[in-house]
Design a protein around this ligand. Structure first.
Ligand code: C2E
Ligand code: MG
Ligand code: MG
Ligand code: MG
Length: 272
């Protein structure tokens, strides 16, 4: 009985998988090759100070230069890496590579302000060695913790608030900033926000998209900015694609902005 159910499940999985798309086992082996064979890349998207227009930092975004499938974005392979557990190794690669590029840019970095953000998935944050490997990455590359920020998605805060809170506090104790990514998409952490050890809210790009086309969108963004500021947090808007959106966010007092209108992710870290 179990056998036939299992067989059916595999058949269903196979039908769902488009021809030529890798199975989980293939992903696992190809991701190992990627990690060992230097196929991973970081692209860097500038974060601008919306008042001055100056570069305030950047966000590191992982890419996979796949030998056959070309340059892959995270949506194509991070879900598989989460399932196989390789996300931990990937995340370590990301923090190490981010610290190395900060070190390489060192003399070009402005004395104050420039900060590089790395993304961490819930599974990475829950790993007992996360904070240790972050500290090791910074010390190996001789990077000042104030140059770094860790972005965690709002959704990841919901699963286990107490445990995540403790990890975020340890990150901040190192001197590294913490940002809540995709804010507004995770539903329930609003009530807990004042208890979370975080520095920055990143307004999800879906709100930025609707803000200039619907009055509700504009109201939501205005209130998130007000909420963040009243809690003593800074605000970054994601996904700014038009100068109209940029202007409106500036007028609403949004601190920082990111988006194709301000700068696309690029393979090199640009500090000015
Ligand atoms: P995110 O952290 O919210 O990053 C912003 C995403 O929006 C990036 O997609 C960026 O390329 C894209 N973006 C930036 N400006 C615009 C814009 O104006 N319009 C539009 N439509 N998109 C814009 P990307 O690089 O594909 O990354 C997707 C997500 O994958 C990230 O969302 C983040 O959650 C995750 N991610 C990326 N790199 C890493 C990593 O190193 N580790 C982990 N755990 N997650 C990562
Ligand atoms: Mg992010
Ligand atoms: Mg985001
Ligand atoms: Mg996102």
């Amino acid at each position: 009985e179990g056998g036939s159910r299992g067989g059916e499940r595999i058949a269903v999985a196979d039908r769902r998988r488009p021809t030529g798309a890798p199975s989980l086992l293939q992903w696992e082996s190809e991701l190992s090759t990627a990690l060992e064979g230097g196929q991973l890349r970081l692209h860097y998207q500038p974060v601008l100070d919306l008042r001055s227009g100056a570069v305030a930092g950047a966000e590191a975004l992982i890419r996979w230069q796949h030998p056959v499938r070309g340059l892959l974005t995270p949506a194509a392979f991070l879900p598989a890496a989460e399932v196989t557990g390789q996300i931990t190794a990937l995340g370590r690669w990301v923090t190490n590579a981010a610290c190395r590029s900060l070190h390489a840019a060192d003399t070009a970095l402005p004395a104050a302000g420039f900060r590089l953000a790395v993304n961490a998935s819930p599974r990475e944050l829950h790993h007992p060695e996360f904070v240790t490997s972050l500290r090791q990455a910074m010390s190996a590359a001789d990077v000042d913790p104030h140059r770094l920020c860790v972005e965690v998605t709002e959704a990841s805060l919901i699963s286990d608030l107490g445990e995540i809170s403790a990890v975020l506090q340890q990150i901040r104790d190192l001197g590294v900033r913490v940002a809540v990514d995709d804010f507004g998409t995770g539903f329930s952490s609003l009530a807990y926000l004042h208890r979370l050890p975080v520095d920055t809210l990143k307004i999800d790009q879906s709100f930025v998209k609707t803000m200039t086309t619907t009055s509700a969108g504009d109201v939501i963004v205005a209130h998130v900015i007000g909420l963040a500021h009243s809690l003593g947090l800074s605000v970054t808007a994601e996904g700014i694609e038009t100068s109209h959106q940029q202007q409106r966010l500036h007028d609403l007092g949004c601190d920082h902005g990111q988006g194709y209108a301000l700068g696309r992710p690029r393979p090199t870290l640009t500090v000015a």
